[in-house]
Design a protein around this ligand. Structure first.
Ligand SMILES: Nc1ncnc2c1ncn2[C@@H]1O[C@H](COP(=O)(O)OP(=O)(O)O)[C@@H](O)[C@H]1O
Ligand SMILES: N[C@@H](CCC(=O)OP(=O)(O)O)C(=O)O
Length: 361
């Protein structure tokens, strides 16, 4: 089980960390552990927990102060967790990740191995973004997406996203009457849903939009997701029908495919003609030099790139087999006309994931 809890459930803007609410959650997770389940906790709250000790009255707008608050708050947060879990005989480990740790394949594998080993040793990993080093450009920003990636990395059976609201509504419940959505089978079920901003107490970041995005990523990768309120945690984890269920869709992709689709950062674009778009999209064929009209970006062989059609729409993502500077000489040429060392595909089908037009992730 991967359980993600948001800042809005653990902290208040004036009061900082709400230890009673944190302990209540730990009691639920401790019981789950006692029942023999493996649990990974993704917990936000570092920045919010650092505000009161630094006499800050609002969420800092500048990154450096937010990072300072996270530095102070993360320590308090995990120390409070460590003490609370110790009462249940559970040892915790801290795992701080930056987006970069998941965008590089080698780091991704490393993070995955560490979490696996912690679980094998009976430790409950507590994951957060490494706020003190994450710069603006490389931040996850909210922990919902991080939780979806961790759910895949940890090969979770389910992901539970806990917040201060008891599920996804068809509109922001704070701004008017709204109806709880019971089950989401795919992105099409959310076409008419308005996703407003973050919670009233001002400590959350993404609002429901980031939770929905994360829930679609995880459920699309075969992991069922429940969005529920933190007081509903026990019921949600016991499998009772509370909150909003995002049913698992499709098969679990390989680590490589999942990484390519959701965690990799494209280093450039390879431009395809119409025929190549059809071959890739409809036959899931490898991309050959004959269908390539150009490229942008200074990528190297094995880098992730976007495959883009003549209309500018991204068709797929893949690992390119050539450096950008090698491509011009190959453009539009039939494989048979190329010298033998250039006869391999530009992007092999096994190293490619199609990007859906409706939901790109
Ligand atoms: N369609 C919606 N359904 C449910 N909640 C919504 C919706 N639109 C906006 N919200 C708001 O999103 C907030 C939760 O997001 P956020 O504050 O980022 O939580 P967290 O800190 O738990 O991650 C809720 O307080 C809720 O008012
Ligand atoms: N890493 C940040 C998380 C940012 C945040 O507030 O996320 P969330 O409450 O999940 O919307 C922190 O610990 O403060």
């Amino acid at each position: 089980m991967v359980v993600k809890v948001g800042s809005s459930s653990l902290t208040t803007l004036p009061g900082g960390l709400d230890v009673d609410r944190l302990r209540a959650l730990v009691d639920v997770l401790g019981a789950l552990r006692a029942a023999g389940r493996q649990v990974v906790l993704v917990s936000s709250g570092a920045i919010a927990a650092g505000l009161a000790p630094l006499s800050l009255t609002g969420r800092p707008r500048d990154l450096a102060t937010a990072q300072a608050a996270a530095s102070v708050g993360q320590l308090r947060l995990v120390q409070t967790y460590a003490d609370a879990f110790a009462a249940h005989g559970v040892t915790v480990g801290q795992v701080l990740l930056t987006a970069d740790d998941l965008t590089r394949r080698s780091h991704y594998r490393n993070a995955s191995q560490t979490i696996e080993r912690l679980l094998a040793l009976g430790v409950l990993p507590i994951v957060n973004e490494n706020d003190t080093v994450a710069t603006e450009e490389i931040r996850f920003g909210d922990n919902d997406r991080l939780a979806a990636l961790v759910a895949h990395v940890a090969v979770a059976d389910a992901l539970v996203l806990l917040s201060d609201v008891d599920g996804v509504y068809d509109g922001d419940p704070r701004t008017g009457p709204a109806q709880l959505i019971d089950t989401v089978r795919g992105p099409e079920d959310l076409a008419a849903v308005a996703l407003g901003s973050a919670s009233r107490n001002g400590v959350g970041t993404g609002g429901m939009a980031t939770k929905v995005e994360a829930a679609l990523i995880a459920s699309g990768a075969g992991v069922p997701v429940v969005v529920a309120s933190t007081p509903q945690a026990a019921a949600a984890l016991a499998g009772e029908r509370v909150g909003t269920l995002f049913a698992a869709r499709g098969r679990r992709p390989s680590a490589r495919q999942f990484w390519l689709r959701y965690a990799s950062r494209p280093r450039g674009r390879v431009l395809l003609d119409e025929g190549a778009v059809r071959a890739v999209r409809e036959r899931h064929a490898s991309l050959l030099a004959a269908g390539v009209t150009g490229s942008t970006g200074d990528f190297l062989a094995d880098d992730p790139v976007e495959l883009v059609g003549p209309d500018g729409v991204v068709v797929a993502r893949g690992l390119v087999a050539y450096d950008a500077r090698e491509l011009p000489a190959l453009l539009g040429r039939k494989t048979a006309d190329l010298d033998p060392e250039h006869r391999r595909e530009v992007v092999h089908r096994d190293e490619m994931v199609l990007v859906s037009r409706r939901f790109a992730g």
